[in-house]
Design a protein around this ligand. Structure first.
Ligand SMILES: [Zn+2]
Length: 253
């Protein structure tokens, strides 16, 4: 294949732009904020789950507390009623009086027990309610952090997209200077060789694979016409001759 040396040189410009596009894409897909957002979302979700567990627990305890309080009320009401009967003097039978007194005593013990239960449940409720408040605040902070880092990620992504657009415009302009046939070869080689299709020959070395060319290869390139497309024997990429190719100076083996 043949192409004017100027068109060959443009191939290096094109390669630089394509490599820049690849770097930008890599940066776009590997923004640290992407992993950070995922991590923060996970944390917010975990806090949300913990919060729901605590809220369920709090409402269970609330129900438990109401039940314990109503138990106390029932016993107290009964004890009050018995006390009134005792005070009224209506009961005169010694055995009945004794029974009533012993029931009042037993109700008093029961009330003390039930009041202890109420206190325990109230303490439990205090702990769980504090958990609900704390988890609610933590979740809110985590959600705010997700929003903040997401915004930072989007700003960084927009900046990269802006750079991509600019490089793509440059690429369009540069590719206009390159004959179609050479463009086809370039695109094919880029697919084949990790995105790098063209490399400068610099001081007797292929800049694509970084290997030094043999004297024989260099002699062949020296003998080739300037518009001949030369390929690296090792990596098969297009070798573009430059001022720094080292073709004029004798090359040390
Ligand atoms: Zn090479």
């Amino acid at each position: 294949m043949k192409a004017e040396p100027v068109a060959q040189a443009r191939l290096l410009d094109l390669q630089e732009l394509d490599s820049e596009l690849e770097r930008l894409d890599h940066r776009l897909h590997n923004l640290p904020e992407i992993a950070e957002v995922a991590e923060l979302k996970q944390r917010a979700d975990a806090l949300e789950a913990d919060l729901m567990t605590s809220q369920t627990k709090a409402s269970d305890i609330q129900r438990h507390q109401r039940k314990a309080e109503s138990d106390v009320d029932q016993v107290r009401t009964r004890a009050d009623r018995n006390a009134k009967r005792l005070d009224s003097g209506a009961i005169t039978n010694a055995k009945d009086l004794q029974n009533l007194q012993s029931e009042i005593e037993s109700l008093g013990r029961r009330q003390t027990e039930l009041e202890e239960v109420v206190l325990e449940v109230m303490e439990e409720a205090e702990t769980v309610n504090a958990d609900v408040v704390r988890l609610g605040e933590e979740r809110e902070a985590a959600v705010a952090k997700v929003t903040e880092v997401t915004a930072r990620r989007d700003t960084a992504a927009a900046e990269i997209q802006w750079d991509r657009t600019r490089v793509k415009q440059d690429r369009e302009r540069v590719s206009g200077d390159i004959p179609d046939e050479l463009m086809k070869l370039y695109d094919k080689l880029r697919d084949q060789y990790d995105g790098v299709a063209a490399a400068p020959l610099r001081y007797g070395r292929c800049n694509g694979c970084k290997l030094a060319l043999s004297t024989m290869e260099l002699n062949e390139i020296r003998a080739a016409a300037a518009d001949e497309i030369v390929r690296c024997e090792d990596c098969r990429r297009i070798l573009v001759r430059t001022e720094e190719s080292g073709l004029n100076a004798p090359v040390a083996e």
